[in-house]
Design a binder for this molecule. Structure first.
Ligand code: ZN
Length: 122
């Protein structure tokens, strides 16, 4: 049975509701929305959390940006976005997995190519 074309008139992708180009455009809009959401989230967090200034200064002295990699106590490497500065040289990190981690500054393993940074740069 011949399938009905995509709304734009092009043939649909196999077993999908639209064509390749419409799908690509949809993905692009989705990434743009995600990017805006993440920027908005970061701004909101910045506003509601009172950053602990000494911890923030120690973090900045390390020259790390907001996208970081760190090693967990189980020696697992996790990348994510720093979203908070807590007393005692601890930072709050939103990991690529979506989980929040609280880590010590000395667990920082460097800059990351985190999922969040890739979305923000796209
Ligand atoms: Zn189409």
């Amino acid at each position: 049975m011949p399938s009905t074309p995509c709304a734009c008139g092009q043939p649909r992708r196999p077993n999908q509701g639209n064509c390749r180009r419409c799908h690509a455009n949809e993905q692009k809009r989705y990434r743009q929305r995600r990017k805006e959401e993440i920027h908005h989230l970061a701004e909101t967090i910045e506003r509601i959390l009172q950053p602990h200034q000494p911890t923030r200064e120690h973090f900045e002295l390390k020259g790390a940006g907001p996208w970081v990699e760190f090693l967990t106590t189980g020696n697992q490497r996790i990348s994510g976005l720093v979203i908070g500065f807590l007393p005692g040289d601890h930072v709050r990190v939103l990991a690529d997995s979506g989980y929040l981690h609280t880590i010590r500054l000395d667990q920082l393993a460097g800059q990351s190519s985190s999922l969040w940074s890739r979305i923000a740069a796209s």
